[in-house]
Design a protein around this ligand. Structure first.
Ligand code: GTP
Length: 574
């Protein structure tokens, strides 16, 4: 099919204005499905769609139509010409407008269906603008004119005033009685442009939708924007760079019908051995492997309005549920999924939906199509909130000023992040500043530092003494204001590490000759000493320690043993 004989169009409308019924009639009219096939709303394939009488998924069907141009002088032109029409049925409910905009990306025109009695409704307006912004040719179809309350003139006036659509362009139909339907496809062919692609350019196709089939694996619906796709071609994904071989290609007529080729402007399906549904990213550009193409614009990211937790009824079904959700989200990419766990319900998922109906439909599809039994939590809506303590900024400022920091800069990187620059004494950050910073910011803060210059400061030497003898390895240079508190902390900590010995031990912290803190380790009681008689007590003790604690190393200060780890621990205090 040459591109000029292809038309890709969509039917858009407010819910219940008759899109699916009209789509059925057009499929019948073109012989794509048999009249009275006993299954109304042919394109509403999902069980949930039939039960609820609503369209959830956009479906595509290819039709062939022999068109006779009316009023043309050229005799040749009056011969019927065969056109290939791709009809994309879309949902009407506000929750599924994402599906609508996706379908419109593959279309050049849209039939805007309006109920002749109800007139223009909220979704008529929303969908009109989606189509209008996509530069589609819009043909108004005033449907249900068979109803006693139908008032097509009023609807025409609404279309004019709301959308500036010419009342003369409106088609009047009854999808129920068939009245006026013969004008629909001729209008599509004559008023809508063919797809704009270039058949001589390298292949580019837009991944419109995908789903998992038990027998064929992942099936992708694609719109060929440029070039030609053939069975056996090697194609690559612009998003992932992965390559695949085209195993099967065809059209939805309306069932999968292999054609071996898809030409520029055609909409069809591709089976390419994608193993995981995650590989089929809706909105992705697929192209011939080893050719470089500009990726197509893709789709607007979705905005989730409702969130709810989804948990398996039986905790052991978690993996099965994970699998089901993965499959289902391939067919409904507008759901966001993150894993979460709850004390009461165990492992589960937090899912984001476009609305409550979307959420209900998702749950119902999980149960009906995947046999999953789930508990869903009360839906919540997203909030933007600010911590009353200014997020983590407050505690960080406190920490820096406690560490004698001087603030140099405070800038917002974006609405979520702040960059703070401080001049801090190196001594204050070498030991545990980073850990402290991470813990007060729940791990969100990051930290980097560079050398500033030396600064004059009010410092003193703090000595630690055991039985009056200074332990040089434990002396520290500290700020005067902190010396006393630090002295106390060090003395208390050191006491914990020193085992009682046969004599009393005093531990002191001193600045020069001034003692700022003091603790005492009392001597051992006599009966404990008994076993130490008959030999060098300290040596025996050492042997026993060694036996008990393996390689625990001791430092001896005067006559007092201090374990090696005490030195490390004391460093953390300073
Ligand atoms: P969603 O898929 O939920 O968006 O709805 P829809 O717009 O596809 O509507 P659908 O085709 O399901 O039609 C809704 C109801 O209107 C059905 O009961 C149809 O039988 C009825 N209906 C559709 N077209 C006509 C018509 O021309 N006249 C009358 N009287 N009823 C119609």
């Amino acid at each position: 099919f040459p591109t000029e004989k292809i038309r890709n169009f969509s039917i858009i409308a407010h819910v219940d204005h008759g899109k699916s019924t009209l789509a059925d009639r057009l499929l019948e009219l073109t012989g794509t499905i048999k009249r009275g096939h006993g299954q109304p709303q042919y394109l509403d394939k999902l069980q949930v769609e039939r039960e609820r009488g609503i369209t959830v998924k956009a479906q595509t069907a290819t039709m062939f139509y022999d068109h006779k141009f009316q009023g043309a002088n050229d005799i040749d032109v009056q011969e019927p010409r065969r056109f290939l029409l791709n009809l994309i049925d879309t949902p009407g409910h506000v929750d599924f407008s994402y599906e609508v905009s996706r379908s419109l990306a593959a279309c050049q025109g849209a039939l805007l269906v309006v109920d002749a009695a109800q007139g223009v409704q909220a979704q008529t307006v929303a969908n009109f603008y989606l189509a209008f912004e996509s530069n589609l040719t819009i043909i108004p179809v005033i449907n249900k004119i068979d109803q006693p309350t139908a008032d097509p003139d009023r609807v025409k006036a609404q279309l004019k005033s709301m959308f500036d659509l010419d009342p003369n362009d409106a088609l009047l139909t009854s999808a129920k009685t068939g009245q006026g339907l013969e004008h629909v496809l001729p209008a599509v062919i004559e008023r809508m442009p063919p797809p704009p692609g270039n058949c001589n350019s390298p292949l580019r196709m837009l991944l419109l939708d995908s789903y998992y089939d038990e027998y064929k694996g992942v099936i992708c619906h694609v719109a060929v924007v440029d070039g030609t796709l053939r069975k056996g071609d090697k194609i690559s994904s612009a998003a992932t760079g992965q390559s695949y071989e085209v195993l099967d290609v065809g059209i939805m007529h309306p069932e999968l019908t292999p054609t071996g080729v898809l030409l520029t402007g055609q909409v069809g399906y591709v089976v390419s051995g994608m193993r995981s549904t995650k590989e089929a990213r809706v909105g992705d550009t697929l192209h011939q492997s080893r050719t470089i193409v500009e990726p197509l614009p893709g789709f607007k990211p979705v905005k989730h309005m409702v969130f709810s937790g989804v948990y398996p009824v039986d905790g052991s079904d978690f993996e099965a549920l994970n699998h089901a959700i993965e499959r289902l989200t391939c067919n409904d990419a507008s759901v966001s999924v993150t894993k979460e766990s709850s004390t009461a319900l165990g492992l589960g998922f937090r899912c984001g939906f476009l609305g409550l109906l979307h959420m209900d439909v998702f749950h119902q599809r999980l149960e009906q199509e995947y046999g999953a039994h789930v508990i869903s939590t009360v839906p919540t809506v997203p909030y933007i909130f600010e911590y009353s303590d200014g997020r983590y900024v407050g505690p960080v400022i406190t920490l820096c000023s406690e560490r004698r920091g001087e603030q140099l800069e405070y800038t917002f990187i974006d609405s979520q992040r702040v960059c703070m620059k401080y001049r801090l004494p190196l001594r204050e950050i070498v030991v545990d500043f980073y850990n402290e910073l991470k813990s007060i910011t729940s791990g969100y803060a990051s930290f980097d530092y560079e050398d500033s210059e030396y600064q004059a400061s009010d410092l003193v030497k703090l000595d630690l003494l055991l039985n009056g003898q200074p332990i040089d390895a434990m002396a520290a240079i500290v700020h005067t204001l902190k010396a006393q508190r630090l002295g106390r902390d060090l003395v208390e900590k050191l006491k914990k590490f020193i085992d009682r010995q046969m004599f009393e031990i005093t531990i002191q912290a001193a600045i020069g000759s001034k003692v700022v803190a003091r603790e005492t380790v009392s001597a051992m009681r006599k009966n404990v000493l008994a076993k130490c008689y008959g030999g060098d007590v300290t040596r025996k003790r050492k042997l026993l320690e060694k036996q008990k604690e393996g390689k625990k190393r001791m430092k001896r200060v005067g006559s007092v043993d201090i374990p090696q780890e005490a030195f490390h621990e004391l460093l953390k205090v300073s």
